[in-house]
Design a protein around this ligand. Structure first.
Ligand code: HEM
Length: 180
């Protein structure tokens, strides 16, 4: 992996697209489970769009990781204490892990659901369920999906607050992700 002087335009766009989509998908997740079963259409659509946004998050994050592997990232701020740079590295690693794990867990929840509602990305692209329905697995995975999603958003909030703090201290981290 090489070091660059700034984030590429594609890397910046992917970062902000994921930052927008994750809270949207989370909010839709909480809303859809609360919607009544009748009328069915709003609940069905909310589930399909939740799953679609989640699939898009997975694809965009995989793309971001590919770009990062191929193009690298800008050098870290040498003015930061070593422990802060190490902590940021760990947080970023965990964020990437959760950004991939939460959609995969969501997919497994959908596939394990006894109700077997098909997964259709934006109502157009069917995603086959590679595992069959299983009540016990469904009950366990929906709890794991929920709490990893909450963990992801909490960590992302901490990450955003740290970026704002660095920005207020005059460090260029936020500017670098905004304008390159
Ligand atoms: C960034 C991505 C995602 C986030 C943040 C997220 C978040 C959530 C949240 C907060 C809930 C509500 C849980 C509850 O209150 O019980 C939920 C439920 C659910 N999610 Fe996701 N999700 C994501 C991706 C996905 C994906 C990709 C799929 C499937 C392809 C999916 C399938 C589901 C299903 C089926 C439920 C409902 C479980 C039930 O009926 O209790 N999610 N998700």
């Amino acid at each position: 992996m090489s070091e660059r002087t700034g984030w590429s335009r594609a890397q910046r766009r992917l970062h902000w697209a994921v930052a927008l989509l994750v809270p949207l998908t989370l909010g839709l997740g909480f809303l859809m489970v609360e919607l009544p079963l009748r009328p069915l259409a709003p609940k069905f659509l909310a589930y399909q769009f939740h799953k679609s946004f989640g699939v898009v998050v997975f694809v965009l994050v995989a793309w971001r990781l590919l770009l990062r592997w191929r193009r690298g990232r800008p050098a870290e701020d040498a003015g930061l204490p070593g422990w802060q740079r190490r902590a940021a590295g760990v947080v970023h690693g965990v964020l990437y892990g959760l950004l991939l794990a939460v959609p995969v867990l969501g997919y497994l929840v959908a596939a394990s659901a006894p109700g077997q509602v098909p997964t259709m990305v934006f109502l157009l692209l069917p995603v086959p369920h590679v595992v069959g329905p299983d009540e016990a697995r469904f009950v366990l995975l929906r709890v794991v999906h929920l709490w990893t999603a909450v963990g992801l958003v909490t960590l992302a909030l901490g990450h955003a607050l740290m970026a704002l703090r660095h920005h207020a201290q005059g460090r260029p981290v936020l500017r670098a992700m905004w304008r390159g």
